[in-house]
Design a protein around this ligand. Structure first.
Ligand code: AMP
Length: 212
């Protein structure tokens, strides 16, 4: 089954997607990761996206939509997770028509529910391996050696948009543009809300249950 995974920044989409990739052999399509790769590679798309990302704003719909459309061109049989897309109602509408054209379907839109009061602490404490992308948290999931990835020995960094002022803009964008997707997917019978608080494994168990 193909799924959409959505929720506020810091809700755990990336963490849960990584488990689905590892255990269910799904393919993760993360628009945030794709944009970060473009920014790192200084591609024309990366240059366009960077100023929005640095400000904690959403990249304009037409840019995101054409990037996803390109990725879905290569879609084979492997089930996929749309992680962080769609993030606005126009993106969801565009997704619906592009899936129809390609003969693909989304089985569930899974919403990871985490209270707003929890998100700021999760995001300011997040550290990401600059080499393999593994994520840590300074208190909730610290690496064995400070600043060093347990998995590959890479240097841990703080994402540029994980600083307090930028996080606030990201949370505002979420409330304004992404939260309305709940009723969009509910109206189509696709929405399942998953409690995102608690241990990673407990959230994963609830998430996979909601996919049945
Ligand atoms: P994320 O890693 O999902 O938190 O995304 C990081 C940033 O990439 C966001 O703050 C946006 O600037 C941009 N971005 C990622 N996905 C989308 C999307 N579906 N629509 C608009 N902007 C996006």
């Amino acid at each position: 089954m193909n799924i959409v995974l959505f929720g506020a920044p810091g809700a755990g989409k990336g963490t849960q997607s990584a488990l689905l990739v590892e255990r269910m052999r799904m393919k993760q399509i993360s628009t945030g990761d794709l944009f970060r790769a473009h920014v790192k590679g200084q591609t024309p798309l990366g240059v366009k996206a960077k100023s929005y990302m640095d400000a904690g704003q959403l990249v304009p719909d037409e840019i995101v939509i054409s990037m996803v459309e390109e990725v879905l061109e290569d879609q084979q049989d492997q089930n996929f997770i749309l992680d962080g897309f769609p993030r606005t109602v126009p993106q969801a509408e565009a997704l619906e028509s592009m899936l129809k054209r390609k003969g693909l379907q989304i089985g569930r839109a899974l919403f990871l529910e985490v209270p707003m009061s929890e998100l700021m602490g999760r995001l300011t404490g997040r550290r990401v391996c600059s080499s393999c992308g593994a994520t840590y948290h300074v208190t909730a999931k610290p690496p064995k050696a400070k600043g060093i990835c347990d998995l590959c020995g890479g240097i841990l960094e703080q994402r540029k948009d994980d600083h307090e002022e930028v996080i606030q803009s990201r949370l505002d964008a979420y409330t304004r543009s992404t939260a309305p997707l709940k009723s969009y997917f509910a109206d189509r019978g696709m929405l399942r809300e998953v409690q995102g608080m608690g241990e990673t494994e407990a959230v994963y168990a609830r998430l996979t249950q909601a996919m049945k």
